[in-house]
Design a protein around this ligand. Structure first.
Ligand code: GLN
Length: 546
């Protein structure tokens, strides 16, 4: 079968959960036995979100091939359990970048380079290039809201694709909001009508309308929307608010969304099989226990900054049929005096990744507390580096132990910037050039890691070799390896050439693990990450021992 394309646009306002809706539809089509891939097209000018502040844009999601991408790719991977790559996320900036590169190279043979056709052709070529493994369906999510100036070239490109590929091969889904006016006790369809009008004015007639709403749309409302928006009556669906994001595939299935898509695209008429999703939702709805985890970090005000982490912790709870209640604590507010009080009633402490000095001392204080009080601790990337600094200062008594990121002249750079390292992926030596642009100096993407038997890390993974994703510049300084191990901080995961320390843990502590990589990117609701399972397991044990 030739790949069919489904385009998902959003109307009325942002934050309607377009990424989740798209990923859920992907999961439903997959459950019908189809091979599915996804792509996100973002209208902003940054070439990728790698340089964007997480306060503004939320998490930067990293793929195996080291692409720094939009956080929606995290949803795609979590719902489809398919690995995404650089080809699954493009921005206006990256599109313009390649068009301008071609122009400078003389590829356009002296022609005037314009939005239509050059930018739109480039967009079409990246869309058509997404399905490289004989996928039956490619779901393409257009970022932003219809009506934005920025997204116009993307909408023009997808409009053209319907004529290029034929109407049996292209489907448009539009997600809108149908607000419920409590005072009047009424659902309002006007914003949807306006949004679809906007879409039609640029030549796109949606085939399916998904209406995000607090309450179910009744048949009258659906037929009113169908009439005004010129779609089939059975092509208007409620995308109702649900308790957990993992209920969305089931909610859309109950509405019959995948069935309508199959009819319109002439896909094989197979029913979706969803026992795993039902089982997952059941576990989430009826937890047997509950555990309180503190996330001690800097970006606590914008939860989107820790999206994958948040989800991975929930998945860890699923391993034990336990609910996980997350408390975000701003590390800048933690002091030696108040740490016990701030972490009172907490069953596990997690220090996530981050950049820059702000809040680091508070994280170190929280880690010391977890180490000394035997509270389960999980340090990720910067969190692992802080655990190393804390151990260096308070156990090895290296008073100024630090990362060169925070104190470039420290006499004890336990975390440091390596000049070069051997990259097992490209099989060559990577050099870090301090003068390079930020992106160029980071260790990005999946790297192999060997796990030492008999460690907490091995108890979790149960294998001796794994691949995990990285996004950082600094590393554990191997010059200190022996001193750390002798004092009880075990280097339980290392690179195959033994040069890079990937996991540290404390002997004699119930559960204290730090990893240089970001395991949260590889956790799936239907396949929770082993380290998150064991961290939550240890936190439950800590809670229940009282
Ligand atoms: N700032 C640290 C580094 O660059 C950690 C990065 C991270 O936590 N992702 O190495």
């Amino acid at each position: 079968m030739k790949t069919k394309f489904i385009f998902v646009t959003g109307g009325v306002l942002s934050s309607l959960g377009k990424g989740l809706a798209a990923a859920s539809i992907g999961a439903l089509l997959q459950a019908r036995g189809l091979k599915v891939t996804m792509q996100k097209l973002d209208p902003y000018i940054n070439v990728d979100p790698g340089t964007m502040n997480p306060f503004q844009h939320g998490e930067v999601y990293v793929t195996d091939d080291g692409a720094e991408t939009d956080l929606d790719l995290g949803h795609y991977e979590r719902y489809l359990n398919v690995s995404m790559s650089q080809r699954n996320n493009f921005t206006s900036g990256s599109i313009y970048n390649s068009v301008i590169t071609k122009e400078r190279r003389g590829d356009y043979l002296g022609g005037t380079v314009q939005v239509i056709p050059h930018i739109t052709d480039e967009i079409k070529s990246v869309i058509l290039g997404v399905a490289q493994n004989d996928e039956d369906v490619a779901l393409i999510e257009i970022g932003g809201t219809v009506g934005d100036i920025e997204s116009l070239p993307f909408l023009e490109a997808i409009r053209q694709l319907r004529s290029n590929l034929g109407k049996d091969n292209v489907l448009y889904i539009h997600l809108t909001l149908v607000p419920y006016m409590r005072a009047a006790g009424e659902l309002k369809t006007k914003p949807t009508q306006h949004s679809v009008k906007e879409l039609r004015s640029i030549g796109i007639q949606p085939d399916i309308i998904l209406c995000r709403s607090e309450v179910d749309l009744n048949a009258d409302i659906k037929s009113k929307i169908a009439l005004f928006c010129n779609v089939d009556e059975d092509a208007v669906f409620t995308a109702r608010d649900v308790q957990s994001i993992y209920e969305v595939p089931l909610a859309l299935y109950e509405e019959g969304v995948d069935q309508k898509i199959a009819i319109l695209l002439r896909l094989p008429a197979k029913n979706a099989v969803l026992p795993q999703w039902k089982d997952l939702v059941d576990k989430l709805r009826h937890p047997k226990d509950e555990v309180r985890i503190a996330i001690v970090g800097k970006y606590v005000d914008l939860r989107e900054s820790y999206k994958s982490l948040h989800e991975a912790l929930i998945h860890g709870g699923v391993c034990h049929k336990s609910a996980v209640s997350l408390e975000y604590i701003n590390s800048e507010e933690i002091t030696e005096q108040n740490v016990a009080q701030k972490l009172a009633g907490i069953h596990g402490v997690l220090v996530p990744g981050g950049f820059g000095t702000r809040g680091v001392e508070g994280k170190i204080t929280a880690i010391r507390y977890a180490r000394e009080q035997n509270v389960p601790f999980f340090g990720i990337c910067l969190g692992m580096q802080c655990a190393v600094i804390e151990f260096g200062r308070n156990v090895l008594e290296l008073e100024r132990a630090n990362s060169q990121e925070f104190d470039p002249t420290t006499p004890n750079p336990v975390i440091y910037l390596m000049a070069e390292w051997y990259d097992h992926r490209s099989q060559c030596v990577q050099k870090r050039d301090m003068n390079c642009a930020k992106g160029g100096t980071m260790r990005l993407g999946a790297y192999p890691c060997l796990i030492k038997p008999g460690t907490m890390a091995h108890a979790a993974y149960q294998v001796e070799s794994v691949e995990e994703r990285h996004r950082h510049r600094y590393e554990f300084n191997a010059a200190y390896a022996q001193a750390f191990e002798q004092a009880g901080m075990l280097l339980s995961g290392v690179s195959p050439d033994n040069a890079l320390v990937e996991i540290v843990e404390l002997t004699g502590h119930p559960w204290f693990v730090g990893c240089q990589f970001h395991p949260e990117f590889k956790s799936r609701p239907l396949a929770p990450h082993p380290l998150f399972c064991d961290f939550i397991g240890a936190s439950l044990a800590f809670k229940n021992k009282g």
